[in-house]
Ligand binder design. Structure first.
Ligand SMILES: Cc1cc2nc3c(=O)[nH]c(=O)nc-3n(C[C@H](O)[C@H](O)[C@H](O)COP(=O)(O)OP(=O)(O)OC[C@H]3O[C@@H](n4cnc5c(N)ncnc54)[C@H](O)[C@@H]3O)c2cc1C
Length: 351
């Protein structure tokens, strides 16, 4: 962690991996890839009494019992769920839910090659007034993100959209800002492979399902990126839902689920996940504000208190949030690697 002048006050080792790589590993492990279709966007969703249709961009239609929408913060599935609920259960989806995604920060994000003078495999956080630099380094690549407080918070459906020129202008304003003693922001910007200015929405829906549609990931719970818990949370939600669906299918001997059975499973899923996501959304929001010195007290804590906290204490605190993450109940843990900090599962198993 760095002060605005680039000097270090706390140091962490950090493991990070590119999501393309992670997705490839998951994909390669699939026993049957024929279910996966890429390059054909979902264009619309139609619910029927006993099924749901998805129309794809190539005109084909897929029919199923339910839809799990993990299609990001601008989720078409969520819009479709809201439209359908407004027709058949007016008032069920509240205005609070429809405006819960808010944007108080925007981020200049980018990726480029590793540059000289930057340590490898670390997360460098450089604090400043209403501004935070997060630089994640790997052996050959650097991923970076600069968070800026917006003058006014945008409320969904209002979203920030910025052009390449906006990104250039924003980058020019911080070009000479140090990231470390040896490196300035312009060193990353000038060698970037990609760079863009994007909104950093945050919000948590109260209602994650209706009829045959259920949501997970950023579509239902969107966090700011400072604690890097958004992707994890998306996976956790899918794990919990899969556990419940697996039990449901096993309980009815593989017969097609009725709407009532699905609703029970979806409600149990939301019930199990909402509390944990509230904690994670709030904690990420606090971390974002603290790291960007939103308030005088945040500056005081990061500059006068944090340097004296042993870093293993902070790591332990983050570990306390991560270790109770759910696992797939129907997958054996045999051969699963044991880490320095064990996972703590509901069934009392430590791994
Ligand atoms: C700068 C930044 C850094 C981050 N770093 C981390 C990190 O280090 N660790 C971490 O855990 N999280 C991180 N996150 C958060 C993480 O990226 C998200 O929380 C996570 O990707 C959410 O997954 P998702 O599947 O819900 O949404 P997305 O990742 O947005 O995926 C949605 C997918 O749905 C597809 N889609 C959308 N609409 C349609 C449609 N109509 N038809 C077909 N497909 C569609 C999209 O193409 C996309 O592939 C970061 C976020 C940001 C912005």
């Amino acid at each position: 962690m760095q002060r605005p002048d680039g000097t270090t006050f706390m140091d962490f080792d950090y493991y990070n991996t590119l999501r393309e790589k992670f997705l490839q590993i998951l994909y390669d492990g699939l026993p049957d890839k024929s279910y996966i279709r890429t390059g054909c966007n979902v264009q619309s969703i139609t619910q029927h009494a006993d099924s749901v249709d998805v129309t794809l961009a190539d005109g084909s239609v897929e029919t199923g019992d339910m839809i799990l929408g993990v299609d990001g913060v601008s989720s078409l599935t969520r819009t479709s769920m809201w439209d359908h609920a407004d027709k058949v259960s007016p008032g069920l989806i509240t205005q609070k839910d429809k405006t819960c995604m808010k944007t108080s920060y925007r981020g200049l994000i980018g990726i480029g090659p590793q540059i000289p003078n930057l340590r490898k495999d670390v997360l460098i956080t450089t604090f400043d007034e209403k501004l935070t630099f997060l630089t994640l380094t790997q052996k050959e690549q650097v991923f970076w993100l600069v968070l800026f407080r917006l003058p006014e918070t945008m409320v969904w459906p209002q979203r920030g959209r910025w052009t390449e020129k906006d990104a250039e202008e924003q980058a020019a304003k911080i070009a000479s800002h140090p990231l470390t003693k040896e490196c300035k922001f312009e060193d990353l910007w000038n060698t970037r492979e990609r760079g863009a200015l994007v909104p950093m929405e945050e919000g948590l829906l109260d209602r994650w399902y209706h009829d045959r549609i259920v949501l997970a990931g950023d579509a239902a719970h969107k966090v700011t990126p400072n604690l890097a818990l958004g992707g994890n949370s998306a996976m956790e939600s899918v794990v919990v839902l899969c556990n419940l669906l697996q039990k449901m299918v096993a309980g009815q001997e593989n017969a097609r689920p009725s709407l009532e059975t699905l609703t029970k499973a979806f409600a149990a899923y939301q019930n199990e996940r909402h509390g944990r996501m509230k904690v994670i959304v709030d904690l990420s929001a606090r971390a974002t504000r603290m790291e960007a010195w939103d308030h005088m007290l945040d500056k005081f804590v990061t500059t006068r208190v944090m340097p004296y906290i042993p870093h293993h204490f902070l790591v332990k605190q983050l570990g306390r949030i991560i270790t109770p993450a759910p696992k797939l109940d129907y997958v054996s843990l045999e051969g699963f690697a044991r880490g320095k900090t064990p996972w703590k599962y509901d069934d009392g198993v430590e791994c």
